[in-house]
Design a protein around this ligand. Structure first.
Ligand code: URA
Length: 443
């Protein structure tokens, strides 16, 4: 071995910068499994506390991209554009947005992730659809994209294997919320997938990995600059994650809500964020030059059913069974447990972090890297911040196949603060990230 793993861990632990050769050594030996998870976890924790400078981040992103193959989509016509979120609770935006944008003729190749920490993951949600496959070869990924303009897969042993391994390890070792680690993870996947444009949804608020808006802006600026340096047209937006997006938290529950969005009956907050990001995907692709024209096209694709048809087409091509959507109630859910209001008043807080954690505990997420998720587990909220509730009214339904549901019920009660005064939620769409900060968006 050229170095010893512990000297590199100690160097970062003590606040020094790592050379490209040191990062390359650590990552490649980890992928060869000569460096074990516990040493990588120690390095990740050192990076979490000490950060990385620009050169280290550049090296990390490049090494992660080239830890596997990259996808060449040049033979597929059109400007390929994708979206990624920094992670939220009830954040099912990709499942609605990808078919919506693809239905306008703009190709959407998407490499997504699984649940991370307290947040859900697009892959776990899609896999709740019976038969749906997210583990695709590059050829399958391209063929599906060519056929329906939309393809969704996860990291594999061949495509960004470094993120595949690190993602699961970070999720289980509380080393997610580090700007260089998030930037390495997101941007390596996105650059490797062969896109030309990228729209980023950077979350802030209770349920975000970076609750402080200043940190979220710094993350957004870092992501945007890595994307631009790689030659991608990149835009980033700050959106609020104090409370879950929509009402559903959990894999199948979120698929149902996504389908309702695609059928034109989605919750307003989910649709607002979906439309914002989709508008900018259309602008980046060059098919429109302003948000108003983009909005008109997108609304038409929802109301005409074209976006929903595109989703069904994708489900079929990825081996899912679209028949399940003819009667979504046939999906076997655990019996719901009602969580009732203990007093009358207004919902003042619906803490997204806490609700995300409870959703993990219901079985919808993972405590350990090797855990399987339960597709039917999760929480269905009935109320949002600002809603009036009467004592004993149902606030949420809890779905779990695991014992100890009383502890989960209590945690949900604690996450929902009810008080006399009506409080409005923080602004959902906070603006577009620029080198100077955040710019308000007119629409
Ligand atoms: N999404 C990712 O893909 N990676 C992260 O680290 C956070 C959100």
């Amino acid at each position: 071995m050229k170095y010893t793993p512990f000297e590199i861990i100690a160097k970062k632990r003590d606040g020094n910068n790592l050379s490209e050769a040191e990062i390359a050594f650590f990552l490649s030996e980890y992928l060869k499994e000569t460096i074990p998870d516990y040493q990588m976890a120690a390095l990740l924790m050192a990076v979490y506390f000490r950060g990385m400078n620009e050169e280290e981040l550049k090296a990390l992103v490049d090494l992660m991209i080239h830890s596997g193959e990259t996808i060449d989509l040049s033979e597929i016509p059109g400007f390929k554009v994708d979206k990624h979120s920094t992670g939220g609770v009830g954040d099912k935006i990709s499942i609605v947005l990808a078919p919506l944008v693809a239905s306008t003729g703009v190709p959407v190749p998407m490499i997504s992730g699984r649940g991370l920490g307290h947040t859900g993951g697009t892959l776990d949600k899609l896999e709740a659809i019976p038969g749906y496959r997210t583990h695709l070869t590059v050829d399958e990924f391209k063929n599906i994209l060519r056929k329906c303009g939309l393809s969704m897969m996860g990291q594999t042993e061949k495509i960004v294997p470094a993120d595949r391994r690190l993602y699961a390890l970070r999720s289980a070792t509380a080393t997610i919320n580090s700007i260089p680690l998030v930037a390495g993870s997101i941007m390596s996947k996105k650059i490797a997938e062969g896109i030309q444009g990228l729209v980023l949804d950077v979350k802030t608020g209770h349920g975000a990995f970076f609750p402080d808006p200043n940190d979220a802006v710094r993350l957004g600026q870092t992501l945007k600059s890595v994307g631009q340096q790689a030659g991608l047209r990149t835009e980033a937006f700050i959106t609020n994650m104090d409370q879950p997006l929509g009402f559903a938290i959990g894999n199948w529950l979120e698929i149902v809500e996504s389908v309702n969005c695609l059928r034109g009956n989605g919750p307003k907050d989910v649709m607002d964020v979906t439309y914002l990001l989709a508008r900018w995907m259309l602008i980046l692709s060059g098919i429109v030059s302003d948000e108003k024209s983009a909005q008109t096209i997108l609304e038409d694709k929802i109301s005409s059913g074209a976006a929903y048809e595109k989703f069904l087409e994708n489900v079929e091509l990825q081996h899912g069974n679209p028949k399940i959507f003819e009667n979504m109630d046939q999906f076997p859910l655990p019996p719901p447990i009602e969580i009732r209001a203990q007093r009358t008043g207004f919902v003042q807080e619906a803490n997204a972090f806490e609700l995300g954690m409870v959703s993990v505990i219901t079985g919808a997420g993972r405590n350990r890297m090797e855990d399987q998720v339960d597709p039917g587990a999760g929480i269905l909220m009935r109320k949002k911040i600002g809603d009036y509730v009467k004592q004993d009214e149902v606030l949420a339904l809890l779905y779990t196949n695991l014992p100890d549901s009383e502890a989960m019920e209590m945690r949900i009660q604690d996450a929902l603060l009810i008080g006399e005064e009506k409080k409005n939620p923080n602004r959902l769409i906070q603006g577009r990230i620029t080198p100077k900060g955040v710019e308000q968006i007119p629409l």
